[in-house]
Design a protein around this ligand. Structure first.
Ligand code: PLP
Length: 482
């Protein structure tokens, strides 16, 4: 326990110690994750020094101080220039960029013969690359699950513009996992001879549900290309691309190790790159372009997809971040966040108002289901009325608890969890005043659907989380009982 836990108001040391003892009895595997406490003391000391409870790892991981120091030392010791030239400052930077690609492939156990790494500014940039260049055409299908980040949903606009059909697969209720029979049926209906893309997240950024990676191979066997959104999965789970081989994987590095921001990647199968058609060319993506000859030749491989200058000074930070995760031990992080999430779910589910009404409703798979370290919920008063998630966020902030509220850019996950129906949403969006509105917010949507909740509260664990973080959140929740 940090000194802070013992002295914080409303935070009796004895209650904490008893809770911790009980936790360790129920989750003995947590003990083996002890080196992460040492890492926290060394590299994330600012958390306890400031008394912060950081519970938004699905938003962004926290960086370790040693990552920043190592990166700074590298920058201070080299002369790095814009890559892709032959001068010494450029050549050594180019080598670091290529080293970065190799490091990412190695980390995910992807064969360099089979896969390549395209650096982007984030997962969204990677997803957009697929959307804008995938050969959608009339008769082809873009198939995706309800549970998706908006950056995956948004690909439907590229598909629609090129005449493809868009098809959504629903989620099972209440577990919020993919409705397996519906997906099987959709996969079986792939149009013959057409390029069709199936996109889904390995882990939901809404509910923390982990969708079965076996869908990758099943979809491929039915003739689909697969886009796996791994952004919320890879910070605390191992993705082994020698075992699971989607055509495309999208991710953001700051979600894995906090620093640097501004870099993500698309890991793409080399065999599909030839089928992608960039809608334009840019500096860096061509070998030759001519003004008078009105011609251009795209570069081979990943460069053809990297518009302009990559974020070259930050790319070495990716290798440093991957080393940091390796040293921390991804499997250890995985075990730790799993224990914390399951304990927290149990604790929250046990909270009831004096009249017996539950305080919290948790969305997605229960403590024993396929889930990661993200727990999403709403709070209710004793009369069963939902407590506005924005109020929860404000109250949590007073205890220096950082959590996330809203729909987390995952409207389909939210609609399924909150029981919003298609007719209800269609009727709202077809109202003349809504159609004419130049601006429309989540609040407007809430009013439009009879003041039903349109959001939730999300807490998520990661590399520097400890039991005290989970306990403090549970104590905060307890304080909401009437
Ligand atoms: C599952 C998932 N996909 C995609 C994204 C988009 O990531 P970025 O904003 O870094 O592009 C996020 C971000 O929260 C996410 O959680």
């Amino acid at each position: 326990m940090s000194a802070d836990a013992a002295s914080a108001p409303g935070c009796p040391g004895e209650g904490f110690l008893a809770a911790r003892e009980d936790f360790l009895r129920r989750y003995p595997e947590y003990c083996a994750t002890g080196p992460l406490d040492e890492l926290r003391a060394r590299d994330y000391a600012r958390l306890d020094a400031l008394g912060d409870v950081y519970l938004d790892y699905t938003g962004a991981a926290l960086y370790g101080s040693s990552q920043v120091r190592r990166h700074l030392a590298l920058l201070e010791s080299r002369v790095f220039g814009n890559p892709h030239s032959r001068n010494p400052a450029s050549a050594q930077m180019s080598e670091w960029v290529e080293r970065g690609r190799r490091g990412v492939l190695e980390y995910f156990r992807a064969s360099p013969e089979e896969y390549t790494v395209i650096f982007t500014s984030n997962a969204t940039g990677a997803l957009k690359l697929v959307g804008e260049s995938y050969p959608f055409s009339p008769g082809s299908v873009y198939l995706l699950t309800f549970d998706n980040h908006n950056s995956v949903n948004g690909i439907r606009e590229f598909a629609r513009a090129r005449g493809a059909r868009i098809r959504y697969v629903p989620l099972s209720i209440p577990g919020l996992l993919i409705d397996a029979p519906a997906l099987e049926a959709a996969l079986a209906e792939k149009p013959e001879g057409k390029d069709c893309l199936f996109a889904y997240p390995a882990q939901s950024n809404f509910s923390g549900a982990q969708h079965d990676l076996a869908w990758v191979e099943r979809a491929q066997a039915a003739g689909w290309d697969v886009l796996l959104d791994a952004a919320a999965f890879v910070p605390t789970n191992r993705l082994d691309l020698s075992a699971v081989r989607p055509e495309f994987v999208a991710l953001s590095f700051y979600k894995m190790f906090g620093y640097p921001t501004g870099i993500g990647c698309l890991i793409a199968k080399r065999s599909v790159l030839g089928r992608l058609h960039r809608p334009w060319f840019a500096g860096g993506t061509i070998t030759v372009a001519s003004v008078q000859g009105d011609t251009y030749f795209l570069a081979d491989g990943p460069e053809a997809f990297e518009d302009g200058t990559v974020d070259f000074l930050n790319i070495p930070g990716v290798e440093i971040g991957l080393d940091h995760l390796r040293q921390a031990g991804l499997d250890r992080i995985h075990v730790r966040v799993g224990c914390l999430a399951r304990w927290l779910i149990g604790g929250l589910e046990a909270l009831h108002h004096a009249n017996g009404a539950p305080l919290v409703r948790i969305y997605g798979p229960g403590a024993g289901g396929p889930r990661g370290g993200t727990v999403t919920m709403n709070f209710y008063d004793a009369r069963g009325r939902v407590i506005d998630h924005r109020l929860i966020e404000d109250l949590a902030a007073r205890r220096r608890i950082s959590l996330r509220t809203g729909c987390f850019c995952n409207p389909g996950g939210g609609e399924a969890a909150l029981g919003l129906r298609a007719e209800q949403l269609r009727s709202c969006f077809s109202r003349p005043e809504v159609r004419a509105a130049s601006r429309f917010t989540l609040d407007d949507l809430r009013l439009c659907i009879d003041a039903q909740s349109t959001g939730a509260v999300r807490v998520s664990f990661g590399i520097a989380s400890n039991f005290e973080d989970a306990w403090r959140f549970l104590e905060f929740a307890r304080s909401l009982l009437e």
